[in-house]
Design a protein around this ligand. Sequence first.
Ligand code: ADP
Length: 438
Amino acid sequence: MTVRLNSIRLNLAIALGLALLAIPLAFGPPPLVVLPLVLLVVALIRALVMHTSRRTRLINLLGPVSRAAAGETHVHLPAGADDEAGHVAAAVNALLDKVRQQALAAHAERDLDLALVRETPNGLLVTDAQGLVRRANPALARLLPVRGDPVGRRPIDSIPVADFQEVIDEARETRGVCERTLTQGRFDLLIRAMPTADGAGCLGVVLDITSIRAAERARRDFVANVSHEIRTPITAIVGYVEALEADRERIPEDLQFMLDVVRRNADRLRLLIDDVLHLSTLESRQTDLELRRESVGPVVQAVIERFEGVARQKGLQLIGPAVAPEAMINADGLEHALSNLVDNAVKYTQAGSVRVEVAEQPGGVTIAVVDTGVGIDATHHGRIFERFYRLDSGRARSAGGTGLGLALVKHLCSAMHAQVHLESEPGVGSRFTLSLPA
Ligand code: ADP
């Protein structure tokens, strides 16, 4: 339409120019007057023609640009001319090339993401804000029984595994990461659910931990078997050492110290084997320790009596609690954990006291073992409950420790739904607190 208007205007301009030229010709003026007039009209017409053709070329670009805007991908504007239209076309072509490259890169990224989701051995599932499945990957159906297409349904409607639905629901409600392990057919699985990045839905991840579990079992069995095998000769050694000790006066004095060394080391080895066996038994338990609601008094008292002698020998005060409330405990488990804590407190305290404090809290009962010993620097607090983690292995060994005491305490606590917490300052002392359910 605009192009036609332009050509009409051009024709009018030419007609006007010719009319101007015709007037002097018709009335016959001298030729000298006609020539500049003709030149002026010609220049005018030329300028008009050029202007109109530039506009036309610019207007002609509109078509391809509109097609590109509508989503056509292979649009290319004619950009040969060295004028406004040519420059605009070149700039638009460069822009379109850039957009095309970015779109290709985005496509490649998305293809990569899709390939990862498709090929990963971990099951993946995403739910929307209503808790309905938006997408699930193929691995999910390999690890869990998936009946039909889960998309658009609640997970439980196509995956009849109650634990899976529960973990997803829990993550939705708590807006946090929730985990659960379960055995499904021949697989040991770890299910982890968390809110999606936009916060509306939920992402469920199913990890196959069968081989990890098998390796853990093999390691535990190996440790337990080796420990059992070592225990028998140790028992024999200790037995003979005890027999020799009973006949000590028949042993030459310069050899008696050797007997003491053998005895000390055999005892240490026996303690270590016992701790290793205990730890591996605790680790291999599928169920928690059986809890009963009873007073913590007798357990605390038994532990205090056991360490009174050693504490006295070191000149330490061993102080018991004033109260004995009831809590959900496994008496053997609690006694073992508390013994390790009091044993450590006595071992790592040179002067002052070791105090066992019991207190009733709103959610349960706490038992704290407080000492005035060497203390533990804050840098070690995060790792102190790991197996064989020691601050000063020389001192710990000479104190007779196995390096497994606190690891055992931690395991015993988790088997009793209890928690252990450490506060300590070097040179001041330590406080290990057990928090027991009421
Ligand atoms: P160990 O048998 O060596 O005592 P534990 O696991 O019981 O092993 O303790 C680990 C380390 O923690 C110890 O070697 C010791 O360095 C430190 N520790 C434990 N309890 C105390 C305490 N009450 N005071 C100071 N250090 C402690």
